[in-house]
Design a protein around this ligand. Structure first.
Ligand code: HEC
Length: 135
């Protein structure tokens, strides 16, 4: 009897361990991508786990005016951010802020964002599905 209780205890510990390691496997830092290695970020920024819900709030406050579907239909040079890779979007924002990618509008926007906010908003847009703007 004692033996089987022990077995159950062991088993549930193992399962809990599996569940926890699965949760941890979702890495939203993009740190393994080449794009981020090129940016030579401080380790706390490199390891920062992006939060898409914070990114959504930010996107709705500061980005939707230009990157929302209505504006994208009117402005042929305004890029659609939805569905692009998170690491790519993040890298563009860092480069705008550093002046390594030149665009007066976006350099102004990026200069107001911290790098953690950039990761949040990049993750959020990467998880959205782009709509067909031709319709
Ligand atoms: C006033 C309009 C405007 C606002 C507001 C704005 N953007 Fe932009 N964004 C642009 C334009 C225009 C470009 C194209 C820049 C270029 O041609 O290089 C761009 C480009 C980008 C790119 C590069 C995309 C690519 O495909 O390379 C990213 C990433 C981006 N914006 C993110 C954001 C985020 C995040 C916000 C909100 C914090 C934001 N933008 C707010 C106008 C805006």
């Amino acid at each position: 009897m004692q033996h089987s209780i022990l077995k159950i205890a062991c088993c549930s510990t193992l399962l809990t361990g599996l569940v926890i390691s699965n949760v941890q496997a979702a890495d939203n830092s993009f740190k393994e991508t080449l794009a981020l290695k090129e940016l030579a970020l401080e380790s706390d920024l490199l390891n920062y786990q992006a939060d898409a819900s914070k990114g959504e709030v930010l996107a709705n406050q500061r980005c939707v005016a230009c990157h929302g579907d209505a504006m994208l239909k009117m402005m042929s040079t305004y890029p659609n951010l939805k569905g692009q890779k998170g690491a790519y979007l993040f890298k563009q924002l860092v480069q705008f802020k550093r002046g390594e990618r030149i665009n007066p509008i976006m350099q102004g926007q990026a200069s107001m964002l911290s790098e953690t906010e950039m990761k949040d908003v990049a993750l959020y847009y990467s998880q959205q599905t782009a709509v067909d703007l031709s319709q």
